[in-house]
Design a protein around this ligand. Structure first.
Ligand code: ASP
Length: 309
């Protein structure tokens, strides 16, 4: 029997208070609402959670508002290097790409890694060779680099820091890493995360996003999770799997597990970031240690909601 579907997406965590006073707030809300509506259509039509999270992340990657695909933040050399991962909760199959350039939709390349099945993660030049083999869409560097990102890097360099996309160092802060979690009408969970990483990061740096269990996780028995925040802290706490473990070992629901995960992140490494979660009953939740987390959700086929805080 068909079960009610659920979908939750995010556009990054950070300090977002200033958005209230800028046009940015409505831009974010509109794009989140449009992506939820498109995702809803697909889930209602019976598409698999795995297809829907890839599709929603594609839309987020194509929107220069967000720190993924087009509009990714810049590394210390002014280049875009992207990470992405996708996981199927039905069989724990997963695919990831790390430190890739010129790939229009890194999440779709990660999906190809999952489908090929031999490996879970491909990085850098090897991932690009694989992209060629799969005939994945590529774009020149100029496609990814926006004026806002050039200014943001200059501000981070002037401050001598590496920053989250949404941090209040640069005048332009209204952009973010992306992710999606879905539960389809067959009760299958899937999760996907895609990012340009941290502003002014070292070239070659790989964050939590493409690491299964750190920036993404999905298991039909527990929940689907997509994370955003300082990747090194999420790597050290294996945060997405930790959230799943709160469901598996403690029997928590999405809300309790999301909060327990963030409490653990803060307690262990004073971590900054957030998670979105759908549990195996289709309940949606999010929690964060930053003041803001751009996200929106549809729980069990109900109304669409959007929240920036
Ligand atoms: N987690 C990402 C990274 O560290 C950044 C983010 O979520 O904004 O690469």
């Amino acid at each position: 029997m068909a079960q009610p579907y659920s979908l939750i997406i995010h556009g990054g965590a950070g300090a977002l208070e200033d958005l209230k006073y800028e046009a940015g707030e409505s831009e974010f809300k509109e794009s989140i609402a449009a992506i939820l509506a498109a995702g809803r259509q697909r889930l209602a039509a019976g598409n698999a959670a795995l297809d829907v999270v890839e599709y929603c992340v594609n839309l987020l990657e194509d929107n220069p508002l967000y720190n993924a695909g087009k509009g990714s933040v810049l590394n210390e050399n002014g280049q875009v290097e992207m990470d992405a991962a996708i996981m199927n909760g039905r069989d724990l199959s997963a695919g990831a790409v790390a430190c890739v350039k010129t790939i229009k939709n890194p999440i779709s390349l990660a999906r190809q890694v999952l489908e090929q099945g031999d490996h879970v993660m491909l990085a850098s030049e090897g991932a690009l060779a694989f992209a060629k083999f799969c005939e994945a869409a590529t774009c020149p560097d100029e496609y990814f680099i926006t004026e806002a990102r050039v200014k943001q890097l200059a501000a981070a360099k002037a401050a001598g820091r590496m920053t989250l996309d949404h941090e209040r160092v640069a005048p332009i802060q209204k952009l973010g890493t992306v992710g999606a979690v879905a539960r389809d009408i067959n009760g299958n969970l899937a999760a996907a995360t895609s990012t340009g990483g941290l502003v002014n990061k070292r070239w070659g740096r790989i964050g939590d996003t493409p690491v299964i269990g750190a920036g993404v996780y999905a298991d039909n028995e527990t929940c689907g999770v997509s994370a955003t925040g300082y990747g090194e802290q999420f790597l050290r706490t294996v945060l997405a799997k930790t959230v799943s473990d709160f469901v598996y070992f403690k029997g928590m629901d999405a809300a309790a597990a999301a909060q327990a995960g963030i409490d653990y992140l803060v307690k262990k490494v004073q971590g900054e970031g957030g998670v979105i979660v759908i549990d195996n009953a289709g309940r949606c939740s999010a929690a964060q240690s930053t003041s803001g987390l751009i996200h929106g959700w549809i729980e069990l086929g109900g109304e669409a909601h959007c929240k920036l805080g």
